[in-house]
Design a binder for this molecule. Structure first.
Ligand SMILES: Nc1nc2c(ncn2[C@@H]2O[C@H](COP(=O)(O)OP(=O)(O)OP(=O)(O)O)[C@@H](O)[C@H]2O)c(=O)[nH]1
Ligand SMILES: [Mg+2]
Length: 313
């Protein structure tokens, strides 16, 4: 029987969907899969697309897929849904809107629910990127909403970040100041058909700083019609070249691998330790003592640290 990882590297869509489910589930099955595919990753260019709700990210991603297909690139997309139930409708809309491409061999689209577990989500997202990378996708796009910790984490897991805003939202520049300015490599002011975007573009550009010799461009688009989208893709290609020319890709990867390993190791350590701790009689004893007020929680915690450090023996 042909293994899942082999099917993934052949770009088999059903195998891809299955592999991503494995990765989402985590644990031993995920570890085995990543172990097998990791040597075949590292080729894809990964792009995060983020910004406030409703600025047109999904519409833009859809048009970016089209543009990349014209350039004979294979594209994988991971849409991270906000956990909020209010967006159920928009979520479905996203799926339908992006569906146009999903039957095509060179495009694979998947969405993932954020479930409020940021660490787990970032880990699943990183591993999903690896699966798509091993499957031969040239470009991998991750769409996230907002400037919260999840976005910052996901943003730190990709090669390039596109921040999508729209003109005169009123507080878009404020939202921008609240964190988007730091994470973007390319800025897009979408819905340029509704309001003249010049002022917004100027405000954004004047707040940006050059980073490692790259000044993030500010572009305008009408994603609905595809206007300006080739220029977004051109900018991403230029940014990719900039990263390669200056050997920045490895340097940036180093930082995010460090972060990933620390998070993954501590998360696994935490889970395993809790499981083991709960099998010990000291655990029940200490809990009971605190319940009966024979022991205070602070002293109990320090006793547990000692118990935990002996677990490894
Ligand atoms: N007028 C105009 N409307 C647009 C444009 N791009 C997107 N829209 C519309 O804006 C709405 C939101 O677009 P989406 O692509 O779903 O936006 P999003 O940023 O992905 O939204 P969330 O994922 O919910 O944050 C939809 O009704 C789109 O049709 C544009 O360039 N011009
Ligand atoms: Mg969207």
């Amino acid at each position: 029987m042909v293994g899942l990882s082999t099917l993934v590297s052949r770009g088999d869509h059903r195998a891809l969907a299955k592999a991503i489910t494995v990765v989402e589930g985590g644990g031993e099955a995920c570890r085995r899969l990543i172990h097998e595919i990791y040597p075949r990753t590292g080729r894809a260019f990964t792009v995060g697309v983020t910004g406030p709700t409703g600025t047109g990210k999904s519409t833009l991603v859809d048009k970016m897929i089209e543009e990349y297909r014209k350039r004979a690139q294979r594209v994988g997309v991971l849409a991270i849904d906000p956990s909020s139930a209010f967006t159920g409708g928009a979520l479905l809309g996203d799926r339908i809107r992006m569906m146009d491409h999903s039957l095509e061999k060179g495009v694979f689209i998947r969405s993932m629910a954020s479930r409020g577990d940021i660490g787990g989500l970032a880990r699943a997202a990183r591993n999903t990127v690896r699966v798509l990378d091993a499957a031969g996708m040239d470009i991998i796009i991750i769409e996230t909403v907002g400037a919260g910790q999840a976005e910052v984490e996901v943003a730190s897991a990709v090669d390039a970040v596109v921040v999508v805003l729209m003109p005169q939202l009123g507080d878009e520049v404020q939202a921008f100041k609240a964190g988007f300015g730091e994470i973007g490599d390319v800025f897009v002011v979408n819905k340029a058909d509704l309001v003249n975007p010049s002022k917004t573009m100027y405000n954004i550009a004047s707040g940006l700083k050059e980073k490692d010799g790259w000044r993030p461009p500010v572009l305008k688009t009408v994603a609905l019609k595809g206007t300006g989208v080739p220029a977004v893709v051109d900018s991403l290609e230029r940014f990719r070249k900039h990263l390669d020319d200056k050997d920045l890709r490895e340097k940036r990867a180093q930082g995010r691998i460090e972060q990933e390993l620390i998070e993954a190791a501590f998360s696994d350590f935490h889970r395993e330790t809790v499981d083991r701790l709960k099998t010990r009689k000291e655990w029940t004893g200490i809990v009971n003592q605190v319940v009966k007020r024979q022991l205070d929680p602070e002293t109990a915690a320090s006793k547990l640290v000692k118990t935990i450090s002996k677990l490894g023996d």
